[in-house]
Design a protein around this ligand. Structure first.
Ligand code: UD1
Length: 428
């Protein structure tokens, strides 16, 4: 087993470049199933979730070829996929976003059978809104204990209204609707950058999707989709995590290959902490020299502050002067990592959906665990800021979503190593 060992308390200087967006990639790759020809996807992040979804497509009959030996550029030929039944339970169970196979296969074949999806289990993650969308388009849905089975005579465009904003349900509704004859209108749609990226990819294949990025998405069904080359947007959350890391540890780092507009809510909150954020066309520069100031944060769907940055900000505010309030309004109880931060000296009290963080100036290294992807990122942020040595176990979660995190942090002066170890009972 591997862990990260961080000798913290060192300021960070230099440049970090951001990879393609995980949450766009894990939807765009299954979306290729809808196409009648091969597609080339560029700027793919080299992370475990992308390898897993590509592997799933291969087991279904797709041909996946790396272009120029580069994992970031892949040609996917979906023509060998002849069945809408996915059987590789283990791979599907390894990632949450495998639910996008439901929408993509339903849109392509009018049916789907997909094993239960897994992924980060920071709380209960329902799919009732996905099912509501599939039913609105004319599908019959059977939720069995180990799989979801969808069938239909013929899908037809329809109105789909979401009363809760859901990224996954919005994207699955788009996948299922792009080839359904007639008009689909999705109201209460999610507006995240990856929703827009999926719409742009579908349109590049010839779909007619309008309004992505607003809360009303209109789709006119088309009968075929053609192959294209498409580059994935930069990862908003990877960029935000490095922004938080530099603010927490101090220093002066330029983060390149980003879309600053996607980072606005994070930028604004960092400025509240006294961190300087300078914006360029495709980069942001983070400078933190003085002390950090407390601030209040509330997560909301885009363009609000992203829930996937909440744990990293709690880690950051653990070392800020004064009392911060961090309220989680997207997921219930996404605070299971807080006891891990307490091991490092953080003073945090959880009260329902709010974490009350009383900043301390002596965060210290400890042995902690990455309980899920973003909780793991929070441990890295805290470990970089803390004095002494932090050991983070269960890094497999972190590596689901962060490309070469050790190399990228080392390049800006962090003392972080990936170390192989044998787990003992003392490690808890
Ligand atoms: C996606 C992201 C995840 C992020 C989340 C919110 C991917 C692969 N994952 O997850 O990192 O934290 O968006 O930005 O893109 N809900 C329902 N019924 C449903 C679906 C969702 O009630 O059928 C609720 C959830 O319980 C949650 C809220 O809607 O409270 C938002 O969830 P959703 O946007 O669907 O999250 P995911 O798409 O699964």
């Amino acid at each position: 087993m591997d862990k990260y060992v961080i000798n913290g308390g060192k300021k960070l200087y230099g440049t970090v470049s951001i990879s393609g967006a995980k949450n766009a990639a894990v939807a765009i790759i299954p979306a290729v199933v809808l196409c009648d020809e091969p597609c080339v996807i560029e700027n793919l992040p080299k992370i475990r979730d992308v390898s897993v979804i590509l592997e799933i497509l291969k087991t279904m009959g797709a041909k996946v070829t790396r272009i120029g030996g580069d994992d970031a550029r892949v040609k996917i030929d979906p023509r060998g996929i002849k069945s809408s039944k996915v059987t590789c339970e283990k791979l599907v169970g390894d990632m949450r976003a495998s639910y996008y196979l439901l929408g993509a296969l339903l849109g392509r074949f009018g049916s789907a059978s997909v094993p239960a999806s897994g992924g980060c289990s920071f709380c209960d993650r329902p799919i009732d809104l996905h099912i509501k969308a599939f039913k609105a388009l004319g599908a019959k849905c059977d939720l069995l204990p180990d799989k979801v089975v969808l069938s239909s005579e013929a899908l037809v465009g329809n109105d789909i209204d979401f009363d809760v904003v859901s990224v996954g349900a919005t994207m699955n509704a788009m996948l299922a609707a792009v080839r359904a004859p007639g008009k689909t209108v999705i109201t209460g749609a999610a507006k995240e950058p990856h929703v827009v990226d999926l719409a742009n990819f579908l349109n590049k294949m010839g779909a007619k999707v309008r309004g992505a990025g607003t809360d009303v998405i209109k789709i006119k069904g088309v009968s075929e989709l053609t192959g294209c080359t498409y580059g994935i947007i930069p990862d908003q959350i990877e960029a935000g995590t490095y922004m938080a890391a530099v603010a927490a540890a101090g220093g002066d780092v330029t983060i390149t290959g980003v879309i600053p507009k996607h980072l606005e809510s994070i930028t604004n909150k960092l400025r509240d902490t006294g961190t300087t954020v300078e914006e360029f066309d495709e980069a942001v520069r983070i400078v933190r020299e003085g002390e950090l100031t407390c601030c209040n944060v509330k997560t909301t769907p885009h363009p609000g502050f992203p829930t996937d940055m909440q744990p990293q900000f709690v880690a950051l505010l653990s070392g800020a002067n004064g009392k911060s309030r961090v309220t989680e309004s997207v997921w219930e109880a996404r605070f299971s990592y807080i006891p891990q931060l307490r091991k490092m000296g953080a003073d945090i009290i959880e009260n329902g959906s709010t974490a009350h963080v009383d900043g301390v100036n002596d965060l210290h290294g400890a042995k902690v665990r990455a309980l899920d992807l973003r909780a793991g990122a929070a441990m890295v942020v805290a470990g970089l800021a803390a004095k002494g040595t932090t050991e983070i176990a269960d890094i497999k979660y972190i590596e689901r979503g962060y490309e070469q995190i050790v190399e990228k942090l080392t390049a800006i002066g962090a003392d972080i190593r990936r170390v192989t170890y044998v787990e003992s009972s003392e490690d808890d």
